[in-house]
Design a protein around this ligand. Structure first.
Ligand code: BTN
Length: 245
């Protein structure tokens, strides 16, 4: 598949969506050295300085219903965590649904966006942002408390190329298992094994409410099962999760 490499663009997800809408094939990859308008989840900004991070998007055309998009996020999280573990040998965790954690801080976020009709997906763009070689002293104070970089964790500069290679390798394996064999078990297993969320008390914030509950399982649909304080088990589709303690 084709890889497009840009020096500077607003957002690899924006570029990927544009190319997908113009017919780009499944597996097309967009990478930028710098993003001037990097986007995070929930309308947030994603700081994407030049040359130190991995700002990348993958165009996918899976034959799935729009409601299954959460599975793609889990497959991606599993691929990123596995790929990073291979390269840096650190304890890399997954905070459901889309954060990759090292030393209790975020090193990577995933932004899945889709174009869909009522019952079918036209295309999905999965954006991956990884803080690789930045010095955390350059992070704004508020960010430093919750985010880190791979370099800060392992104490040396790490090759972005090798990371991209390992992640894409894992992704290809897990994604093709899903599309060709309808099998997502391996991805979900990885997400469970490396989860920093399961077994913990979590606070879930969404539009309507904020609940405190215990995260007990991850379903094959990529949803979190929680047990609330009255002992009732519920499924969480997305929203903002913070792990307590
Ligand atoms: C999050 O944790 O909120 C998700 C962050 C996703 C950032 C990546 S960087 C590459 C791609 N392009 C974007 O504009 N965002 C994603």
């Amino acid at each position: 598949s084709k890889i497009y490499h840009f020096e500077s663009i607003d957002s690899t997800n924006n570029m990927a969506k544009k190319m997908a809408s113009e017919g780009a094939a499944e597996g097309t990859i967009i990478i930028a050295e710098e993003q001037t308008g990097g986007r995070g989840r929930l309308g947030r900004t994603w700081v994407s300085p030049k040359g130190t991070g991995i700002w990348m998007s993958i165009i996918l055309r899976p034959n799935i219903a729009p409601t299954e998009a959460a599975k793609i996020t889990q497959i991606t999280a599993a691929a990123v965590a596995s790929g990073l573990r291979k390269i840096i040998g650190e304890d890399v965790g997954i905070k459901w649904p889309n954060d990759i954690i090292i030393h209790r801080k975020k090193v990577c976020g995933i932004l899945t966006e889709l174009s869909a009709e009522l019952n079918s997906v036209n295309y999905i763009v999965v954006g991956i942002g990884i803080n690789v070689n930045m010095d955390t002293k350059d992070f704004p104070e508020e960010v430093r408390r919750i985010a880190t970089s791979i370099k800060a964790c392992v104490g040396r500069t790490v090759s972005r190329k090798n990371i991209v290679k390992e992640i894409l390798h894992s992704f290809e394996e897990l994604y093709s298992d899903f599309t060709y064999n309808k099998n997502i078990k391996k991805s979900i297993e990885i997400c469970k094994k490396y989860s920093v969320t399961l077994g913990k008390e979590v606070k879930i914030k969404n539009k309507e409410k904020e609940v405190v509950a215990k995260a007990i399982d991850l379903t094959e649909d990529g949803q979190l099962l929680i047990k609330n304080q009255s002992g009732v088990i519920e499924k969480v589709f997305s929203g903002e999760v913070s792990v307590r303690g």
